[in-house]
Design a protein around this ligand. Structure first.
Ligand SMILES: Nc1ncnc2c1ncn2[C@@H]1O[C@H](COP(=O)(O)OP(=O)(O)OP(=O)(O)O)[C@@H](O)[C@H]1O
Length: 533
């Protein structure tokens, strides 16, 4: 289309409307606004808009186009109201056609008014309108925060007599429509994000941790059977539960079982590994923080207690909680509320607390490292998980079931155990409890798939376990020094360059030199590619 013709028809004097004085205009805008703000779907919003606009103006076709700048395409916000010209698909998105009315509005970001469509027969989009009896059209850009969302089009069989006034009023109406469309798009996008999160949450709750799957917990001992019946009794109450026992005895699993058997099962089980909480971020991790609460807090963060609302918060290794947090935790348990870091608004939560420890908390209370009042809050019910060696009835069953399970998960044939091999396992002292047994089984499934396991095999694997446990763990500084020395030997004392130790260690030469001074190492001592001792 000739640009001149478009501009010519687009220019309108801004004069006060004869028909619609200011008061009437406000009333119209208010009634349109009221009709659209409560809508929660695109279709309903569009219908409400069309109905409301029709009360005040006569049109023969109303449509809203959404523009996608990335693909330079258009799609309808909802099916158009009124006359549907042929050849315009209301479902799929279509490229923004050159010379179309929508393209002119979107690229110029200003209204396009065509009083007589007959004069623009050369435009494809006009032909289909003319064919369906439309003779005039007005299109307005939908702008929000300087961004073009699309265009709204009003078309007429007969040119309205009050065209000039109508343009003025419809410009205001279009601004209103733009806000409503923007809100709706954001609303729909947010609802989608929420739906996805909800789906992911459900997936994680069902499939999250196979190690703690309900059918993957095995026991045959009366001691464990007694514990399971206690758990069933306590699960559907809100009583706090303290689970004690050595590492690897199944405390974590039991905590999840309490949650899964309770009416809180549809909410989250939030685990807090107390020793892993770093001093500096501990509070924001647990209670969340407001935006800008401290340097680096760019967005608001929901803490673990808030996440667990309605569900269960599991405090693993609670004996390691520092004193200041013990006080805070007590307060949260007592009041059922807390504040995010940097915010003063109290957040109410309904959580059930389960705590676990392998420490003797009674002793910690006596020596003052654990608060007595917190202890009594945490252990309305105490469940003690016995060591594996104290429930030998479980061992054979665990070996057999875990072997089958692991073999299936790794898609390998399960090894079989000789009687003597099993006997050996039953009499082993299992310092790492079930976790250690599970590790042993995993190794056997990997190293001896489908084979028969002899007593000698068990002896061998248990001796490697013991050796591993006996190798002393060096300090980080010692490990770093040894590692740097290995690099110096390999590079024959050369620090810089492509074959130097700095490159090998992935650190700047200056940093390496600093470390050498710190450890009292001299690169010259390694020139022969050997160590100093
Ligand atoms: N009875 C059981 N049946 C099957 N697997 C078990 C059983 N008990 C423990 N496990 C497995 O042993 C591993 C350790 O269990 P869990 O994490 O519950 O122990 P824990 O007492 O919480 O250990 P920690 O104190 O070190 O956190 C997990 O992989 C768990 O699935």
């Amino acid at each position: 289309m000739g640009k001149q013709r478009g501009n010519l028809e687009r220019k309108y004097p801004t004069r006060r409307s004869m028909h619609w004085n200011l008061e009437t205009r406000y009333r119209i805008l208010l009634s349109i606004n009221n009709a659209i703000i409560t809508q929660t779907s695109r279709v309903k919003l569009f219908q409400a808009l069309a109905t409301e606009i029709h009360k005040h103006f006569r049109y023969d076709r109303l449509s809203i186009n959404l523009y996608d700048p990335e693909t330079e395409s258009l799609s309808y916000f909802a099916a158009a109201d009124g006359i549907a010209p042929e050849g315009i698909s209301s479902k799929e998105s279509r490229p923004l056609a050159k010379g179309s009315v929508a393209q002119m509005v979107i690229t110029s970001k200003s209204p396009v008014i065509i009083e007589d469509l007959n004069r623009y027969e050369d435009l494809p989009s006009v032909i289909s309108m003319l064919d369906s009896g439309l003779t005039a059209t007005m299109a307005f850009p939908l702008m929000v925060r300087n961004r073009i969302l699309g265009s709204v089009h009003f078309s007429f069989r007969k040119r309205p007599e009050d065209m000039h006034d109508l343009v003025e009023v419809l410009t205001d109406v279009s601004n209103q429509v733009a806000i409503a469309v923007d809100n709706m798009l954001n609303y729909v996008a947010l609802a989608k994000v929420n739906e996805n999160l909800e789906r992911q949450k459900r997936f994680l709750m069902v499939n999250g941790n196979d190690a703690y799957h309900r059918d993957h917990f095995f026991y045959a001992s009366p001691a464990m059977a007694e514990i399971m019946s206690q758990i069933e009794l306590v699960a559907d109450t809100d009583a706090s539960v303290l689970i004690t026992g050595e590492t690897g005895t199944g405390k974590d699993y039991l905590a999840r079982t309490v949650h899964n058997l309770s009416s809180r099962r549809d909410h989250l089980f939030v685990k807090i590994n107390c020793p892993a909480l770093t001093e500096s971020l501990i509070e924001s991790e647990l209670f969340g923080h407001g935006k800008g609460a401290f340097t680096g807090a760019h967005v608001q963060r929901v803490g673990r207690f808030e996440m667990g609302n309605g569900g269960t918060v599991f405090l693993d290794e609670v004996g390691d909680l520092p004193a200041n947090l013990q006080a805070k935790l007590l307060q949260v348990i007592q009041d059922g509320e807390f504040e995010r870091v940097g915010e003063s608004r109290a957040i109410k939560v309904n959580i059930r607390i389960i705590a676990a420890t392998n420490q003797d908390l009674e002793n910690s209370m006596r020596n003052g490292s654990f608060r007595r009042d917190l202890y009594y809050r945490l252990n309305m019910v105490t469940i003690h998980t016995p060591r594996l060696k104290d429930r030998p009835e479980d061992i054979a069953l665990l070996v057999e079931r875990l072997t089958k399970l692991q073999a299936k998960q790794m898609n390998r044939p399960a090894p079989e155990y000789s009687d003597l091999a099993l006997e050996k396992l039953i009499h082993y002292h299992w310092p790492g409890n079930v976790r250690e047994l599970k590790n042993l089984v995993i190794r056997l499934v990997i190293l001896r798939p489908g084979m028969r396991i002899s007593e000698a095999d068990i002896d061998k694997i248990l001796s490697t376990f013991q050796t591993e446990q006996q190798i002393p763990v060096s300090t980080l500084a010692d490990a770093e020094r040894t590692h740097i020395e290995r690099a110096l030997i390999k590079c024959k004392g050369v620090l810089g360059g492509p074959h130097g130790a700095a490159r090998l260690l992935g650190m700047p030469r200056s940093t390496l030199q600093y470390r050498l001074r710190k450890f009292g190492l001299n690169p010259h001592d390694y020139q022969r590619g050997e160590g100093t001792s």
